[in-house]
Design a protein around this ligand. Structure first.
Ligand SMILES: NC(=O)c1ccc[n+]([C@@H]2O[C@H](COP(=O)([O-])OP(=O)(O)OC[C@H]3O[C@@H](n4cnc5c(N)ncnc54)[C@H](O)[C@@H]3O)[C@@H](O)[C@H]2O)c1
Length: 286
């Protein structure tokens, strides 16, 4: 039944062409999802600062996609899908704007560092899509902000080993090696949190953009010796009432340093974009 459905979809579906930039863990998770054949999208071009990573993905998933630079990638695709690094985001959105391609951005910290990219995208009439990443509840935040939010707090609880020895903790003289009780190691704005913990920026940045921005969104980071996984809790309050969400993230099966939900959120977002894209194409053809 599943095989029959997949074959039917492969033969009959129009597909959106995806330009993948970043051929690592999230890129591989996306290829696995597309290989199942139930999302109307296909990888048309691959770009990576390390060509061998792109070749590996091309071989592993038998992709009919060219390995090329960013410019060519934009020419060959309908959307740019960034899962590379924050440093790559500026170039990607600029090229997307020049070629009139929407951009899906996973390295959300790169948008926080370059806020002008939102204006550039607006002027070029393209969308920057930000998947919810490793965090639940952004739908509620986006809705609630329509009537005004006065409080958004993200509390991130991590095993001490996940952050011990980071530059910020060393500067503050905080040693977590013999921690017995939970300890608040950071409190501040989302913007400050992104500077203090650059490897963990995406969740705070995505929450900021969904709601009241990087200066008003507050972040607490707790090192908890009893925590075995990363746990993110959102508390928000405004005209709508209050919301609390808790997300307990298991690591990706392919990368212990990345939350599986982040890849899944990118796949779900791409599915939604591709379905709308393909439906729009059909209307134009009719
Ligand atoms: N939004 C979220 O919640 C969320 C969650 C996890 C990861 N991320 C972000 O997504 C990105 C990808 O994550 P991953 O786990 O797949 O990483 P990864 O390290 O497995 O893969 C990244 C790939 O991008 C390539 N790359 C790095 N810099 C590049 C550049 N400037 N130009 C082109 N290619 C470049 C690398 O060679 C590598 O192949 C990271 O920036 C990560 O922080 C976001």
């Amino acid at each position: 039944m599943y095989v029959a459905l997949r074959l039917f979809c492969e033969q009959h579906m129009d597909k959106m062409k995806v330009g993948l930039i970043g051929c690592g863990n999230i890129g591989a998770d996306l290829c696995i999802a597309l290989q199942r054949g139930l999302i109307p999208a296909q990888i048309a071009a691959l770009t990576d600062m390390d060509d061998e990573r792109a070749r590996l993905l091309q071989r592993t998933f038998n992709l009919n996609a060219s390995i090329c630079d960013l410019e060519e990638n934009a020419q060959e695709s309908d959307i740019l899908f960034e899962c590379a690094a924050p440093e790559a985001v500026r170039d990607i959105v600029e090229v997307g704007a020049a070629h009139h391609r929407d951009c899906l951005v996973m390295s959300v910290g790169g948008l926080m560092e370059n806020p002008g990219l939102f204006g550039l995208a607006r002027d070029a009439n393209i969308r920057i899509w930000i998947p919810s990443g490793a965090l639940c509840g952004l739908d509620g935040i986006r809705s609630a902000v329509e009537a005004g939010l006065h409080t958004v707090i993200l509390t991130t609880r991590k095993p001490p080993t996940a952050i011990d020895g980071t530059e910020y903790l060393l500067e503050k003289g905080i040693d977590l090696s013999s921690l017995k009780e939970p300890k608040v190691v950071f409190q501040g704005s989302a913007r400050e949190a992104c500077k203090a913990f650059p490897k963990n920026v995406n969740v705070a940045a995505a929450l900021s953009f969904a709601g009241i921005g990087p200066d008003e969104t507050k972040v607490r980071v707790i090192a908890d010796p009893k925590a075995t996984v990363n746990v993110h809790e959102i508390f928000a309050e405004g005209a709508f009432g209050q919301l609390t969400t808790v997300t307990q993230n298991l690591p990706s099966p392919r990368n212990p340093k990345s939350s599986y939900l982040a890849s899944l959120s990118a796949i779900a977002e791409l599915r939604m974009i591709a379905e709308v894209f393909v439906a729009h194409q059909r209307v134009q053809r009719a």
